[in-house]
Design a protein around this ligand. Sequence first.
Ligand SMILES: N[C@@H](CCC(=O)N[C@@H](CS)C(=O)NCC(=O)O)C(=O)O
Length: 214
Amino acid sequence: MKLYSFFASGTSYRTRIALNLKGLDYELVPVNLRGDEGLKSADYRALNPMGAVPTLVTDKGVLTQSTAIIEWLEETYPEPALLPKNAEDRAWVRALCSIVACDIHPVNNRRILQYLQNDLGCSPEQVDEWARRWLKDGLGAMEQMLASDPRRGVYCYGNSPGLADVYLVTQLAGAKRFKLDMSPYPTLQAIGDACAKLEAFQKAAPAKQPDFVA
Ligand SMILES: N[C@@H](CCC(=O)N[C@@H](CS)C(=O)NCC(=O)O)C(=O)O
């Protein structure tokens, strides 16, 4: 499998973690989000018409959209399972994932932040404040949900890493990038610390990618 990925992209990061947790080998193809080529090239858009990362090329075809890719991985490589066995708990875990995938990431995506700054004239400080605003909403909800949930263990759900951890960790990185005060989120921080001890998460980290730039 070939994963088109950008080191600092949260959606690439979540896909890398999921691939690693499944123990799958993949070739990483870096795509430069900051350059003039990469995402904008006609060749890349033929693979991914949104011109975004990630894209996973498999022997069964080309997959786009990280949530679809990750669900495909879970269905195609069921072990180790990243989702719980019963439907209610799966809905719970997917709700946690959706806070990241639908409520935080889309409004803090690079192209949105660039539009705020380049087209609407927001200052870099205002753009950072925007990003923190939506991080606070989403992470606040996750903290509230997880702090009192009896199903929480070392990780978001139980004592094995799962899908909610995959999504959460990428937004903890986002929070760090935008210098969000993390003191209101002790539960999330503890889960993030537990994930950081696992090789699957370590190998997927932005700083470990071949295209990493400090
Ligand atoms: N919903 C898509 C979002 C993909 C996406 O927008 N990825 C970002 C990086 S995290 C990207 O490629 N952005 C390009 C840009 O903003 O110009 C997914 O989950 O795959």
